[in-house]
Design a protein around this ligand. Structure first.
Ligand code: XMP
Length: 532
């Protein structure tokens, strides 16, 4: 992508590396992450206006310590080292690093000794003064701010040309600068929310030191990307699998904007979708965007495959493989198709190129690209530079309805992993109805956007009930609603009793085959979000 205002983040393995790039992008400056050992040629080609060295778990004196090319410091580009990045700068530029007598984790009070440059604009924190410990770290007039530390090593001698610009009670050099060369280093993490003035510090680096202009907007992204897609595709055809999720829908709408009818979307109904899903997605893409879309009702094929299968992982694999087969059959029918569009996001790209090695968490059944070998389709992944929240902003900018943009994540294997035990047509129909009621009531209560996922699970248990004068012996539905930021950890949502009451009443009254509803109050970990 041709953006001239760019910040490069070199990854030394910190859990916060992605956060640094996001914080920079929040300032409307494009930022990309590359592994620490990327070649100098690649850095020159990328042409950043500034480089940020991330933190990392290593110590610079470790035998295997990740070290970048020394030449990086001779490019005349401003550099900001964070945590391990700071120690690395000290070590590689002739200073000295040593084990800290006291490791520093968590909150610390930073005393600013020079607020003329990187640390300018930081306001005195009154909250800090009142919380100050018995042993004050500062004179009354000093600027103090709360920062987030996580380090075992510290700088004991600065490299030539550097001056300390801030300290804490534990580190005399908590921030240092060589203003002439525009090299800066911070012992703490400005990218995390707990560092109160972190954004101001990153802004100072990006705008004042690197002199970037805030040009990275979704509007500019759409312009550049659609132009690039148009040039790449020419008069050829593109196929795109639509799942109903945000990523594939935004991918399709973006490509449609670039090449219109040269794009064909394929939506496969695998029989374990939510109620009305296929019509909803098809309707949206056709009505709002006049797209070519083929809907394949393959539910019978999937049901046949799922017959007698109870193992969750087997269900996943069967559905994934069958999906590829159906998609391939349909895509083959499109004469002249040369490209396959996928909604790969930036975190997937980073995970597979990260210095920690390819991640085991990438979900294979979503990566249809690698499996279409016979068709020799080339990949187009227009979202591969974006984070999930940026995809949502992009979707809105493209005029997509909120109903699609803000929807809860839905797993690839669909309701099959929410029907405990064997999946049958009848069970899928029962669960679809119960699930629709859960979502309808959650939305009605205004809770949808604060919940990560809400859904129903069909249990293979029958219990006794009484309806009218009759004894019933029917299934149980569990309602699951969780709050989460990334799906990695989750807390069960405290859905008000009256909303749960309505959900329970409606399911039992309206869904034949269910006579009991329970609410799942487990968090992740130790439970998972899905039941299978
Ligand atoms: P768990 O159940 O592992 O779920 O806590 C975490 C998130 O991942 C989703 N999930 C899946 N998504 N294919 C998917 O595309 C799958 O096989 C799958 N299993 C779980 C789940 O819905 C939640 O958002």
């Amino acid at each position: 992508m041709d953006f001239t205002e760019k910040i490069l983040v070199l990854d030394f393995g910190s859990q916060y590396t992605q956060l640094i790039a996001r914080r920079v992008r929040e300032q409307k400056v494009y930022s990309e992450i590359l592994p620490y050992n990327v070649s100098i040629e690649r850095i020159k080609e990328f042409a950043p206006k500034g480089i940020i060295l991330s933190g990392g778990p290593s110590s610079v004196y470790d035998k295997e310590a990740p070290l970048p090319d020394q030449e990086m410091f001779n490019l005349g580009i401003p550099v900001l080292g964070i945590c391990y990045g700071m120690q690395l700068m000290a070590y590689m530029l002739g200073g000295k690093v040593a084990k800290s007598a006291k490791r520093e984790y968590g909150r610390a009070e930073l005393v600013i000794d020079d607020d003329s440059d990187l640390l300018k604009g930081i306001k005195k924190q009154s909250a800090v003064s009142s919380q100050r410990s018995a042993k004050p770290v500062t004179r009354h007039s000093s600027l103090v701010t709360v920062v987030w530390m996580s380090h075992g090593d510290k700088i004991v001698r600065q490299p030539k040309g550097f001056k300390a610009i801030a300290h804490t009670s534990n580190s005399q050099i908590a921030a240092m600068a060589d203003k002439a060369r525009k090299f800066y280093a911070l012992q703490f993490h400005p990218e995390v929310a707990h560092t109160e003035n972190g954004t101001i510090i990153l802004r100072n680096f990006v705008f004042d030191v690197c002199r970037c202009k805030p040009k990275w907007t979704m509007h500019s992204f759409i312009e550049t990307t659609t132009r690039e897609i148009g040039e790449k595709v020419g008069r050829d055809k593109v196929v795109c699998a639509i799942s109903g999720g945000v990523d594939s829908a935004v991918t399709a709408v973006l490509i449609n904007k670039a090449i219109g009818k040269q794009l064909t979307c394929i939506f496969v109904d695998n029989g374990v979708l939510r109620l009305g899903e296929a019509t909803k997605v098809e309707g949206m893409l056709k009505k709002h965007f006049h797209m070519n879309i083929i809907c394949v009702d393959a539910s019978e094929r999937f049901m046949k495959k799922l017959k007698g299968v109870t193992d969750p992982e087997k269900k996943r694999k069967l559905i994934g493989n069958e999906f590829i087969r159906v998609f391939e059959e349909e895509a083959m029918k499109i004469k002249g198709a040369k490209y396959l569009a996928q909604g790969t996001l930036y975190p997937d790209v980073i995970e597979s190129t990260s210095f920690k090695g390819p991640s085991a968490t990438i979900k294979s059944h979503h990566n249809v690209g690698g499996l279409l070998k016979d068709m020799k389709l080339k990949l187009i992944e227009p979202l591969r530079e974006l984070f999930k929240d940026e995809v949502r902003v992009l979707g809105r900018e493209l005029g997509m309805p909120d109903e699609i943009i803000s929807r809860h994540p839905f797993p690839g294997p669909g309701l099959a992993i929410r029907i405990i035990d064997e999946v049958t047509q009848q069970r899928a129909d029962i669960l679809r109805k119960a699930d629709a009621i859960v979502l309808e009531e959650i939305k009605k209560a205004g809770l949808y956007n604060e919940i990560w996922q809400a859904f129903a699970v069909l249990l293979p248990i029958k219990t006794v009930g009484v309806m009218g004068d009759e004894r019933t012996y029917e299934n149980v539905v569990a309602v699951r609603a969780v709050k989460s930021v990334d799906g990695m950890t989750a807390d069960w949502a405290k859905v008000p009793y009256d909303v749960l009451g309505i959900i329970s009443n409606r399911i039992i009254n309206e869904v034949k085959g269910i006579n009991r509803v329970v609410f799942d109050i487990s968090s992740k970990p130790p439970s998972t979000i899905e039941w299978e």
